[in-house]
Design a protein around this ligand. Structure first.
Ligand code: C2E
Ligand code: CA
Ligand code: CA
Ligand code: CA
Length: 277
């Protein structure tokens, strides 16, 4: 037993070592990724199930690493959050969405409302507001067409500070969406004190439908309606989920059942070809 214990301890160390090395190299490369233009956005459609129309798209970041290939956000966003690089990344995303919207506008394509994600860390920093104002002056677009997805996590450290920034973003004309609702530290207070337009039900509750668990999702939908918020269900993968959400007055759905996140070209094709769920 002693030998086995010793061995597994060795393996553990090796794993940890490799994990640290991998992390360090990602961290290093991440610093250069913006300048080297290695990030790009993919766009996942959202469908309004009442009108059967495309409501818009969510922009999701991808990293095209020179040797590792496409890296999903879960593998670098947490690192970027710890190193503070997330501010630059989130700002890059916003600038990219502005530019893309402008180009769609010029081409005469209406893609609906485009949402983008902002990390909790970002919202500690009031400087973001000045940068956003500058961007709005530089690239003139209809700000109403942009939705900012925030998560509850950002209010844990300093509610007042984060609230202040969300209020300012709202004043600038952005729509505010509360993402992953119900997953973490949900406090009904957030709904009262924040200028939220959209509630995005966490995927776990949508998964629940597939396992015949309806209580919580019903509750969240009726809560959203009582508060006159638009309700979006994410991670819809199956017909039964789609059907349930439609019959129970969910407004908008998003998920592999409709489409995976798409390249710009495919998103444009999607909007042209979409007729029915
Ligand atoms: P999220 O904001 O909750 O985004 C939803 C995630 O679920 C996306 O993963 C999307 O591709 C995935 N998804 C969509 N439909 C389905 C489905 O039907 N089934 C399943 N299993 N998954 C589905 P992705 O793109 O890997 O992003 C993961 C997370 O990374 C996002 O979660 C968000 O928290 C973060 N993220 C993505 N892009 C950005 C960004 O530009 N900035 C920041 N700060 N965070 C981002
Ligand atoms: Ca999101
Ligand atoms: Ca989410
Ligand atoms: Ca999520």
């Amino acid at each position: 037993a002693k030998i086995k214990g010793k061995n597994s301890f060795c393996f553990f160390n090796k794993d940890l070592y490799e994990k640290n090395m991998k992390r360090l190299s990602i961290e290093e490369d991440l610093n250069k990724a913006i300048k080297k233009n290695e990030f790009f956005l993919v766009y996942q459609p959202k469908i309004n199930i009442k009108s059967n129309k495309v409501e818009g798209f969510e922009a999701l970041i991808r990293w095209n690493h020179p040797s590792k290939g496409i890296i999903p956000p879960m593998e670098f966003i947490p690192i970027a959050e710890q190193t503070g690089l997330i501010r630059e990344i989130d700002f890059w995303v916003m600038e990219e969405v502005f530019t893309q919207l402008k180009s769609w506008e010029k081409k005469g394509i209406d893609m609906g409302v485009i949402s983008l994600n902002i990390s909790p860390n970002q919202l500690k920093d009031t400087k973001i507001i000045n940068r956003v104002k500058k961007l709005i002056k530089e690239i003139y677009i209809d700000i109403n067409k942009i939705q900012i997805e925030i998560t509850e996590n950002m209010f844990i450290e300093s509610f007042e500070n984060a609230k202040d920034i969300v209020l300012k973003l709202k004043e600038l004309g952005f729509k505010i969406s509360l993402d992953d609702f119900g997953k973490g530290y949900s406090s009904l207070n957030y709904l009262k004190w924040l200028p939220i337009d959209v509630l995005k039900i966490d995927k776990s509750f949508v998964d629940g439908i597939h396992n015949d668990e309806y209580e919580l999702i019903d509750l969240i939908i009726s809560l959203a309606h009582r508060l006159k918020l638009e309700i979006v269900a994410e991670g819809v993968e199956y017909y039964d989920q789609y059907e349930y959400l439609k019959n129970n007055k969910c407004d908008v759905i998003q998920g592999y059942y409709i489409a995976k996140p798409l390249s710009i070209e495919d998103a444009e094709k999607f909007i042209v070809n979409f007729t029915n769920v």
